[in-house]
Design a protein around this ligand. Sequence first.
Ligand SMILES: Nc1ncnc2c1ncn2[C@@H]1O[C@H](COP(=O)(O)OP(=O)(O)O)[C@@H](O)[C@H]1O
Ligand SMILES: [Mg+2]
Length: 344
Amino acid sequence: MAKGLDVGTMNLISAQQEGAETVFVQQRNSFVEIEYSDMAEQMLSRSDVLHIRKDDKVYVVGDDALNFANIFNEETRRPMQHGILSSEESSAIPMIKLITEQVVGQPNHPGERLYFSSPADPIDSNLSTLYHEKTLESMLGDMGYETEPINEGMAVIYSELANHNFTGLGVSFGAGMTNVCLSYYAVPVMKFSIARGGDWIDEQAAQATGTPVDKVTSIKEDDFELDFRTDVGGVEGALAIYYENLLDYVIENIAREVDEEDVEEDLDVPVVVTGGTSSPRGFEKLFEDHLRDASIPFSIREVQSVDEPLYSVARGALVAARSDEEQEEQESGGRQAQESPAED
Ligand SMILES: Nc1ncnc2c1ncn2[C@@H]1O[C@H](COP(=O)(O)OP(=O)(O)O)[C@@H](O)[C@H]1O
Ligand SMILES: [Mg+2]
């Protein structure tokens, strides 16, 4: 047995294999602090809402945080920002720990393999991913897992490009970040992240139209399409503008990084776009049109979208964890086979 975990700014998602099926468990990476009261106590004790009490405060975490925020007229808070643990949130670590425990559960056996996604260092901010990665590693290790970080873009390659020999460009459009990885036969030849994603689109569109961010996010997640037929001046019009701007920004950075890395010029690669932000209809078409217009030294075979964009990273982390575990079993099996004849 082995597990994969996608550690995202908005969603924490685990994956594990059960027979022929991959099973996912998902929670929102957010929480709300409410004052302890008899009413709160009653509501919580009669439900299976994920929460902890600390002194005179109660923290509701995960998917239920938003409902409780609305009932108690509080704001939800987030342990992560721009793809890594937030330095502005003092409760970040205990909260993400609680959500993670719920999402991955106990190890099936001591030392079970768990691969978790970790972003590449962003090229457009001085955020470092080291502290984030090490903190998660020790947190998951304390739970009894044998953990290994896997680059988020590489997880996308493992999940979506198995039938292309793990060769291609994987782009994961999340909430806090966009992660890019170019892989050649399962070897990453270029990887980087950008500290912009769905949150950035929401914030910009909110500011431009004077609409609360939460409202913008729900409009975006509910039936929004990138067809550019939406009326000018509305929230959807603003969303389309910032979506296009984000895509251009990502493509611009791909072109620059490819140039710097001296990537082989006669490559002909498939491109996969995934992540929650890639969900709106019309997304991969828009990305493909803009990518073909850009001056990139390798050729693009096709741009694919995926059926379940929220699950790519968790699935890829699981693929990596399982292949690591299988390899170790083979090695130890091989060792035993070698050792046993010597025994008698
Ligand atoms: N149907 C949808 N349409 C547009 N955006 C969506 C949709 N569903 C989720 N999102 C956006 O995707 C992002 C979350 O995606 P996810 O890949 O889980 O990010 P992360 O890994 O950073 O947590 C958020 O910005 C969310 O608003
Ligand atoms: Mg994610």
